[in-house]
Structure formats: structure tokens, C-alpha cells
Design a protein. Structure first.
Length: 598
């Protein structure tokens, strides 16, 4: 037997019936229960029934069998549970196999040399000899009971699908992955610390850089592909790039980010099988090999070029200011990268942008912006899109600005709709202390803790006396009431109602009764404390200014709201009045006029 170099392919069980497999001592023993064994047999039968009338190219694929070759044997690094289960099934079917002249591979264990003998003669009397025998016997009984409940012809059908070659078809295949002996411990360790050793991306990379894909003089090309692969992975791992591309479904599901590119090319859907992308590239490589001229060496360049071209398209979108913002918006509001690619197909940049804007406009078909209200869940989704697009178009209308909307922050920091003037400042009584602390910070200019408000402390007396010289009587009354509430010295529920009335009287607020209208809504990130949403306008404004001076990102339109950018008069900067709300609403309609025009 010649030693195989590193390779990966789909291999039918019929190919390995003459092989000798060896399970090293660092592997745990066989542990499948009746549940897993029965599930495998059910899957095989379902596969046969569903493909009864299909052509012979159909096959059932088992998960990877990772091995390395040494001393005429294949040492099993991963996949021994499935391999042993297949062996147990073949043991049960040995009488039928004898009729068809079918044999089976050899399987032995380093820790229990006699396990090979027991696998061939599974005996209940010996099943309590050790834990491995117990599980082997349990699996065998599950196989026996499963077949007993089926038609007698099922034995021959299952045996045939397990042992058929590619020529016969409708067979069972392993993803056959041969590694070098020196890689064994590393691969085994990765499996056993809970990581996935072979993602679609890793399997495909192994396919691309196989020795057989290159001539002896093309080693540099193999190194170049591996290097370019790593460079793409590195660029995709940049947070700003990745969250521009990804949506809520796929942003965290890839161990290897390049797999996102591979999934796009293979047109993988959410409900596709786990290894869909691997099968796609495996079949693509095989088709290239079949169409190559006889005697001509197969060249992997075309397939690698397809992957690079797809990445370069996405990279160009990310680098282009307009593309970045419009595509980023679509990918943040329910569209997929496949949707965008279909729009881009065979179009120049200007036409592409026009089509993208038409796609965005379709989201607001039949939307009456003046009728949108926060208290309707359906309207909330539309309002969030309107506010997001308002931010994006505001950035794009500033031709000289190089500011980019941070989709990574938008998607990771839980940005949501916030009331500019609060709906009900004290609607959640359990948060009143947090709210009062915020209020004290606003009035005094200091971030205080409840323990700082102990009137028996000398430090507090000095602090309080200084404030009496700085605050007007109304502010001093607010301060005293707030401190009493925080020290639990009064019936806080009654005092909170009084405090609420005083605050609204002092800080006025929107005279309109409709606080749920879009003119009183903006996007807010989650960097502020949990009581922020119930704070009054001047306190929110102060927080926005503090955050901005500290370099904490605030959406541009949210910052404009609290800096009174949209308001026609700069008086009353501490209040959000009906005139301010109206001016803000008019700006939204003006900036988004293209999208909101029927």
C-alpha cells in the first residue's frame, strides 16, 4: 500500500472495505447510544425512499473521517463513532453480505486489542466486561431491533447502499480527509476542546491546495493561493468591513469569515444542508477535471479566480462611499447580499446606484410618514428604517465629508428608537433612583452616589451649602426633593408625582400630546445608562454633549436633534418644543423626499 499525501475527497464505503483502521489510545471509546444508531438507519432508509426513482448520482454523505496513514493502517483521528457504527451494521448484515460476496474493513483499538474480535462476534454474555463492549452491544441491539421492525427486503437495500461503488450509485460516502502523521495530535486537540476542526472553508481550502492540483514546478502558485486566502480572511475580520457585509443571521456564525464568500458563490440558503458549500466546490473541481483535455494537467486557477473576484466586488463596495452606505443600509434592513449582487449584474456604477435607490424606495411603498406612530409594532419597524436612512442620506448629502456610518456599531450596540421627550418619565417606578441620580448630575454637575448624600457627613454639608449659593429656589426645591427620595425619607411615590410636575413646568417640553409621532423619535445607541430613556430633554442633551466630547459615537441626526440643528430659532436650547419637533420632521421629509414620494 503506498502512502497517501494530504488529500480530501468524497469516498464511498465500497472504496475502504479492504482497508485496516486503527483507533489510537488517545481516542475515547465507542459511545453512540441506540438513539444515534437508529437515527442513522432512519436517515439511510429515508435517503433510499426519496431517491428510489432518481439517477444513480444520488448519494448519502457522512461527516468527515479524518485519518493518517502509518504501517499499512489508517489511524482514525475523528469519525470513529460513525465508522464503528457502520462496522456494527455490516456485522449484523454479514449473512446477507456473504450472499452478495461483500466483505468489510478491519477495525482495531490500541487500548483494547480484543475489541476487533468482539466487533465480529458481539455477545451479550461479554457485554459487561468493559464499557466499550457495553456500548457496542447496545448499538448492535438497536440495529437488530430496527431491522426487525422493517420489511425483510430492507436488509438487502441497506447493504447495497452501504457497499455500492460510484458506478452502481445511490451509495454512502465519507468525506475522506487524510492528514500527515505530525498533524494528528494538533487536529485531535482542536476537536476535543470544542472547536469545529473542519468547517466548509477549511475543507475547501484543503481541496484547493492539494498536491495533485499543481505540477512539480508550480509550488509557488500553491503558496500564493494559501497566502491570498489568509489575506482575504484577515481583511474580512476587520469589524467595520465585516458588519457592513453581514446581517443579523450570519454576523456571528462563521469561524472562518471567508466561508461567507464561498457561501455566496455556492448560493447557499438558510435551509441548505450544513456541507452544501463544500459539495458545491467539490463537484466544481471534479467537473473541471473531467472537461480538461486528456493528458493536460488540471489548473485550479479558474476556481480560485472566482473566489478572488467575488471578494474584490465586495471590497470595492466597501471602499466606495456611496456603495458602502446604500448597500450597508439594505443589508441592515432585510436584504441579502444575493439580492444586491442580482441588482449589480451587468450594470455600470451609475445605473447600479439608481437601481439600489429604487430597491430602497420600494421599502416605503404606501407609507404615510405623517401617520407612523411608535405605539404600533408594524410602524416601529418602518420608523427605524426611516431614521436609519435619514442618518445615511444626511451623511451622503455632505459631499466634502468623509464620515462613514458605522454599521458595526449599529449592529453590535443595540441601537433602537428613542423618544426625544420621554413618554412617561416615571412609568417604571423601580428605576426611580437611577433617574434621580441622573437628575442630580444635571443640576449639580457632579456624578453622585447615594452614599454621598448622607446629611450627617461633613463633606455633604459643605457641598450642599455651596449649591444653595448657585441654584435658584426652584432648582433648590428639586434638589431637596430628589435627595429625600434617594434617602427613602418620604413617601417617594407621592413625591415623584410632585417632582414630575415641577420638572415639566420648569423644563417645559413638547406642547404636543403626541409623543409617539416620528417628530419626537430618534436613533440612540446603548452607551448611556438604563434610566436614560426616561430622562427629560435637557438631561439627555447634556449626556449627548458629554458623550460626544469623550469621543463616543452618536448618530449624526441624533446629535443634530439635541444640538437644535434643525430648529429655526436657537432660543430655549434646553427645551424640545413643538416648533423644534416640526422643524425636525420637515427635515426628515426633505432629506428623504425621493423615497417617500409615491
Amino acid at each position: 500500500m503506498s502512502y497517501e499525501s494530504q488529500q480530501i475527497l468524497l469516498r464511498p464505503i465500497s472504496d475502504i472495505l479492504s482497508y485496516k483502521f486503527f483507533v489510537p489510545s488517545y481516542q475515547r471509546g465507542y459511545r453512540w447510544t441506540a438513539v444515534e444508531v437508529t437515527a442513522l438507519l432512519d436517515d439511510l432508509l429515508e435517503f433510499l425512499n426519496e431517491n428510489e426513482n432518481s439517477d444513480k448520482s444520488a448519494f448519502y454523505c457522512l461527516q468527515p473521517l479524518i485519518v493518517f496513514q502509518k504501517d499499512e493502517k489508517y489511524h482514525v483521528i475523528d469519525g470513529q463513532q460513525r465508522l464503528t457504527t457502520i462496522y456494527i451494521i455490516l456485522t449484523y448484515l454479514k449473512d446477507v453480505a456473504a450472499i452478495f460476496g461483500k466483505g468489510k474493513f478491519e477495525l482495531s483499538y490500541e487500548t483494547r486489542p480484543d475489541s476487533e474480535e468482539y466487533l465480529n462476534d458481539i455477545d451479550k454474555e461479554k457485554s459487561d466486561k468493559n464499557v466499550d463492549y457495553y456500548h457496542i452491544y447496545t448499538a448492535y441491539k438497536a440495529v437488530e431491533e430496527w431491522f426487525s421492525s422493517k420489511d425483510g427486503l430492507i436488509k438487502a437495500k441497506i447493504l447495497t447502499t452501504l457497499t455500492s461503488s460510484n458506478d452502481v450509485g445511490k451509495n454512502v460516502k465519507f468525506i475522506w480527509y487524510v492528514i500527515q502523521p505530525h498533524q494528528a495530535v494538533d487536529v485531535f486537540t482542536r476537536i476535543n476542546i470544542g472547536k469545529i476542526p473542519l468547517t466548509n472553508a477549511e475543507l475547501i481550502k484543503a481541496l484547493l491546495v492539494k498536491e495533485k492540483n499543481f505540477t512539480k514546478n508550480a509550488v509557488a502558485k500553491k503558496i500564493a493561493i494559501a497566502s491570498e486566502w489568509d489575506e482575504i480572511e484577515k481583511k474580512l475580520s476587520d469589524s467595520a468591513f465585516w458588519y457592513f457585509l453581514s446581517d443579523s443571521y450570519n454576523s456571528n456564525k462563521f469561524d472562518n469569515k471567508i466561508e461567507y464568500i464561498l457561501d455566496i458563490i455556492s448560493e447557499k440558503k438558510n435551509d441548505s444542508e450544513k456541507l452544501h458549500t463544500f459539495f458545491y466546490f467539490s463537484n466544481l473541481i471534479e467537473s473541471y477535471k473531467r472537461t480538461s483535455l486528456e493528458g493536460q494537467h488540471f489548473d485550479i486557477d479558474n476556481i480560485w479566480a472566482t473566489i478572488k473576484d467575488m471578494f474584490q466586488i465586495l471590497e470595492e463596495w466597501y471602499s466606495n462611499h456611496q456603495h458602502y452606505h446604500y448597500i450597508g443600509y439594505l443589508l441592515s434592513t432585510g436584504s441579502t447580499i444575493t439580492d444586491v449582487l442580482s441588482i449589480a449584474k451587468n450594470k455600470n456604477k451609475d445605473v447600479f446606484i439608481d437601481e439600489i435607490k429604487i430597491k430602497i424606495k420600494s421599502q416605503f411603498k404606501n407609507v404615510e410618514i405623517d401617520q407612523l406612530t411608535f405605539d404600533k409594532s408594524k410602524d416601529k419597524r418602518v420608523i427605524k428604517k426611516v431614521l436609519l436612512l435619514h442618518n445615511i442620506e444626511t451623511i451622503l448629502k455632505s459631499k466634502k465629508s468623509h464620515v462613514r456610518f458605522p454599521f458595526d456599531k449599529y449592529k453590535t450596540e443595540n441601537w433602537d428608537i428613542e423618544h426625544i421627550n420621554p413618554q412617561n418619565p416615571f412609568d417604571k417606578i423601580e428605576f426611580y433612583k437611577d433617574w434621580c441620580i441622573d437628575l442630580l448630575e444635571y443640576i449639580t454637575g457632579n456624578k453622585l452616589k447615594i452614599e454621598d448624600l448622607d446629611s450627617s457627613k461633613e463633606e455633604f454639608t459643605d457641598f450642599y451649602e455651596d449649591l444653595t449659593l448657585q441654584l435658584d429656589p426652584e432648582e433648590l426645591h428639586i434638589l431637596d426633593t430628589t435627595i429625600d427620595i434617594l434617602n427613602d425619607e418620604i413617601d417617594f411615590k407621592a413625591k415623584i408625582e410632585e417632582l414630575s410636575f415641577t420638572l415639566f413646568k420648569k423644563y417645559k417640553g413638547n406642547e404636543s400630546n403626541d409623543n409617539n409621532h416620528i417628530s419626537n423619535l430618534t436613533l440612540l445607541d446603548a452607551v448611556t445608562n438604563r434610566s436614560y430613556g426616561n430622562s427629560l430633554f435637557p438631561i439627555k442633551r447634556n449626556t449627548i454633549i458629554t458623550n460626544d466630547s469623550a469621543g463616543i459615537f452618536t448618530p449624526i441626526c441624533t446629535k443634530n436633534v439635541f444640538l437644535k440643528y434643525y430648529s429655526k430659532k436657537l432660543s430655549d436650547v434646553m427645551y424640545w418644543k413643538e416648533s423644534d419637533a416640526k422643524a425636525y420632521f420637515e427635515n426628515i421629509k426633505l432629506i428623504l423626499s425621493y423615497y417617500l414620494t409615491k
